[in-house]
Ligand binder design. Structure first.
Ligand SMILES: [Cu+2]
Length: 658
C-alpha cells in the first residue's frame, strides 16, 4: 500500500480528534422524532445483525462479494467478511486491516475496491486463505491532512471505470486544500483520472437511480442551505465554490471559476442558476431538521420491498433514519419529493445495501458525529412483511398544482375537500454562511381537489406555483376507504420545472428572510446597561467542545450579580445558548424542535417564560455576548443549546448561590 507516511500520521491524528461528520452533526434526541417508529414497524421491521463484542464495526462501506458474503470496511481501517449475516450466528473473518478510514467498498471480478483517504485501492486474496495478500494502489490523490477530507467510493460505471467523491476540508469554511477535493472524479482500472464535476461539499452518498443517472447527496453547510440530492453530469457545478479552485486544471470539464460565484445574499441556488450558466440546482431538497440533518447513502428500491419499486431510499446519519424519494423528469430536469420512511435505527446511518433476501442492510457509525440512535456503530437489516402501508406513493407536478397518488383508494369526501391538505412553499438562501433560514415562506391556496376515477389519485389545483421552490405537501385529514390515516402525511416536493404552459411569475424582490438571523429580543441583551458603571462583576466565557457539549458543564454566580456571558461558537456547526429555569432544558429543547419550518428564522428560540436569557443562533466561528443580572432566587438553573438535536447533550448548570 503506497501511503505518504507523514501525511498519513498527520491525517490520522486529525481523524482521532475529529469532531463531526461531514461537519454537520445535528443529532436529534427528542422523543418526538421517534413517534413514528411503532407505526412504521407494522410494515418494516428492523433486525439486528449480531456483532462480536471484540469487533468495532464502524461501518464505512459495504458490498456483497460473489460468494454471497457481506464485506464491510470500518472507519478503524479493517475489512471484515461476514458469512450468513441474516442469521443469528454470522461468522466474521478479518480480510484486511491497516487501511486509512475506507468510507466505501465495492467488488468486481474477485477483488475488493475501496477508497481510503488518499487512494483508490484494490485488494485481492490470491492464495485463497481468506485474507488480502495483494494490495494494489490504483490511484493516489494528494491529502492536506485536514480531518474533514473524507473520501467515498468507488462506484463502478458500466464501462468498468470507477467514481470516487472527495470531501472538502474544513477550516471554518469548506476548503479544497488539495487537488480535486470537492469533486467527483472518475478513475480507470489503470489509474487514469478524469474529473467529472465539482461543487460538492460533503458527498457521503452517491450512486445511480433506476434509469442509471448519477446522483449525489449533500449535507447542510456553507453555501448549502439544507441537505439535498443533485443529478450529476460531467461538467456540472453543484453549489459549493471551493472546488472551483481546480477548474482551470488540465482535464477539468467545469468552466466556472471561484471568482464567478457571488455571495448572493437573497437569491436561492435555483434563482442564481438562472443568472449564471453552469450551476446545477438540486433535484430534491431534504429540509433541515424536518426531514433529516445529514444525508448519506442513496439506493434504488427493488421489486419486493413494498409498493415503491424504482424509487430511492436515502439514509440520514444524524437522525438514524431512512427517507424515501420519488423523482420525475420535467423538461429534461429531475425533481421530486421526499417522505419519511423508517426511523429508529440504532446508530448513524452511513451505508445502505440490498441483501439477496430483499432485506436492506443498514451500516452505521456515529463516533464523533453523533446520532439519534445511541450506539456508536451498528449493523441492522430492514425487512418488509408484505403489508402495504397507506402512503402518498408519488407526487407529480402539474401546470397548476400537483397530483398525489396514494397506495390505496381514498375516502372520496375527504379527498375532495381542500381542507384535507395544506401546501406551503419556501426556499433557502445561497450564500457563504452555514445553512440558511427558510425564506419566502408562502402558504398556498388550494382551489380544488379532484379524485381520479380509480379512487387512488387526487389532483390538487394550487394557486401561485413558483419555480425553484420547495413545497411542503401535507395530507393530514386524508383517510383510506378502510378509514386508515396515512403512515406519513407529509412530504417535500422540489419544483424545478413547472410542466407545460402556464408559468408562474417569479418575484425576486420578495426575499423576506432575516439575514444572519439576528434575534432581537429583550432576552438577548447584547449591550451592557449604562448603569453598570464598573462593568460586569463576573464574566463567563463559554465555548463548545467535541461531542455536542459546552466547554463548561457548570458555572456559579451569586444571586443578583452582574454577569457578562460570552459564547464563542468555535465549532463547525450552528449553536445557541439559552439560560432557562431549573429543570426546563428538555421542555424548551422540545419546543424549539416543534417550531418546524419557522425554527431557523427564530434562531430556535421558542416563546416561553421559562427562558431567562439567550444568545443569537451562532454561525460557526462567531461569538455573542449577553449582559444580565443573575436571578435573585438561588438554584440550579440550566443552559442549553436548542438547535434541534443538541438539547439532550449540549447543556449545563448555572448555579445561583446566595
Ligand atoms: Cu448546539
Amino acid at each position: 500500500m503506497k501511503i505518504n507516511s507523514s501525511k498519513y500520521i498527520r491525517s490520522f491524528l486529525n481523524v482521532i480528534s475529529l469532531i463531526c461528520f461531514v461537519s454537520i452533526v445535528f443529532v436529534n434526541n427528542t422523543n418526538a422524532q421517534l413517534l413514528e417508529a411503532p407505526f412504521e414497524n407494522k410494515y418494516y421491521q428492523i433486525k439486528n445483525v449480531p456483532i462480536p463484542a471484540d469487533i468495532i464495526l464502524e461501518v464505512g462501506g459495504m458490498v456483497f462479494n460473489d460468494k454471497g458474503q457481506l464485506a464491510v470496511t470500518t472507519r478503524r481501517g479493517e475489512l471484515w467478511v461476514i458469512d450468513n449475516p441474516e442469521s443469528q450466528n454470522p461468522k466474521y473473518t478479518r480480510f484486511a486491516h491497516g487501511l486509512h478510514e475506507p468510507l466505501g467498498l465495492n467488488w468486481k471480478d474477485g477483488s475488493y475496491y475501496l477508497a481510503q483517504r488518499g487512494e483508490l485501492t484494490k485488494l485481492t486474496d490470491t492464495d485463497n486463505d481468506g485474507k488480502a495478500n495483494k494490495y494494489e494502489n490504483i490511484y493516489s490523490w494528494p491529502l492536506d491532512g485536514n480531518y474533514h477530507e473524507y473520501s467515498y467510493g468507488p462506484k463502478f460505471l458500466p464501462d468498468g471505470n470507477m467514481l470516487v467523491s472527495l470531501n472538502l476540508g474544513w477550516i471554518g469554511k469548506g476548503a479544497s486544500l488539495s487537488k480535486w477535493r470537492g469533486w467527483i472524479i472518475q478513475i480507470s482500472p489503470e489509474g487514469e483520472v478524469t474529473p467529472i464535476a465539482t461543487g460538492m461539499r460533503s458527498p457521503a452518498g452517491f450512486g445511480f437511480n433506476a434509469a442509471g443517472d448519477l446522483f449525489y447527496t449533500e449535507n447542510q453547510g456553507d453555501w448549502v442551505g439544507s441537505g439535498r440530492m443533485t443529478h450529476v453530469e460531467k461538467g456540472d457545478f453543484v453549489g459549493n465554490p471551493a472546488g472551483l479552485k481546480w477548474s482551470s486544471e488540465p482535464g477539468s470539464p467545469v468552466t466556472l471559476k471561484e471568482s464567478d460565484i457571488d455571495d448572493t445574499k437573497n437569491l436561492s441556488l435555483y434563482e442564481y442558476s438562472k443568472q449564471l450558466k453552469g450551476i446545477k440546482p438540486p433535484s430534491v431538497w431534504f429540509p433541515h431538521t424536518l426531514m433529516g440533518i445529514s444525508t448519506s447513502d442513496l439506493i434504488v428500491i427493488p421489486e419486493g420491498f413494498g409498493p415503491f419499486e424504482g424509487q430511492l431510499l436515502v439514509g440520514d446519519q444524524g437522525h438514524s433514519k431512512i427517507m424515501r424519494v420519488f423523482q420525475e423528469k420535467v423538461n429534461g430536469v429531475y425533481q421530486g419529493i421526499c417522505f419519511p420512511f423508517r426511523e429508529g435505527f440504532e446508530s448513524g446511518i452511513l451505508r445502505l445495501l440490498w441483501g439477496k433476501d430483499k432485506s436492506l442492510y443498514v451500516g452505521m457509525t456515529s463516533r464523533g458525529w453523533s446520532s439519534t440512535g445511541k450506539e456508536n456503530y451498528g449493523l441492522q437489516r430492514l425487512e418488509w412483511n408484505g403489508k402495504i402501508p397507506f402512503e402518498m406513493k408519488t407526487v407529480v407536478a402539474q401546470p397548476d398544482g400537483f397530483k398525489i397518488e396514494f397506495t390505496e383508494k381514498v375516502n372520496k369526501k375527504l379527498a375532495e375537500s381542500v381542507s384535507s391538505y395544506s401546501i406551503t412553499d419556501f426556499t433557502y438562501k445561497y450564500h457563504h454562511i452555514y445553512g440558511s433560514p427558510t425564506i419566502d415562506v408562502e402558504k398556498k391556496n388550494i382551489s380544488k381537489a379532484e379524485l381520479s376515477e380509480d379512487g387512488k389519485s387526487v389532483r390538487l389545483y394550487v394557486e401561485g406555483m413558483r419555480n425553484g421552490y420547495i413545497y411542503e405537501i401535507k395530507s393530514e385529514l386524508i383517510r383510506s376507504i378502510s378509514n386508515q390515516s396515512l403512515l406519513h402525511n407529509k412530504g417535500f416536493y422540489t419544483l424545478n420545472e413547472i410542466p407545460s404552459g402556464k408559468m408562474a411569475e417569479m418575484d425576486h424582490t420578495n426575499n423576506s428572510g432575516t439575514e444572519n438571523i439576528d434575534i432581537i429580543s429583550i432576552k438577548r441583551p447584547t449591550k451592557m446597561p449604562d448603569s453598570w458603571a464598573n462593568g460586569p462583576e463576573k464574566t463567563i466565557s463559554m465555548e463548545t467542545k467535541p461531542g455536542l457539549k459546552f466547554s463548561l458543564d457548570e458555572f456559579s454566580v451569586k444571586a443578583g450579580e452582574k454577569i457578562k456571558l460570552v459564547f464563542n461558537n468555535n465549532d463547525d456547526m450552528l449553536h445557541n445558548l439559552l439560560i432557562v429555569n431549573p429543570g426546563k432544558a428538555t421542555e424548551i429543547g422540545n419546543m424549539a424542535v416543534n417550531l418546524g419550518l419557522e425554527g431557523q428564522n427564530k434562531g430556535f428560540i421558542p416563546e416561553s417564560t421559562e427562558i431567562l436569557f439567550h444568545t443569537n443562533l451562532m454561525q460557526p466561528h462567531s461569538s455573542d455576548a449577553i449582559y444580565f443580572i443573575a436571578p435573585e432566587k438561588p438554584g440550579e438553573y440550566e443552559y442549553v443549546c436548542t438547535f434541534p438535536g443538541h438539547a439532550m447533550s449540549m447543556r449545563g448548570i448555572m448555579k445561583v448561590t446566595k
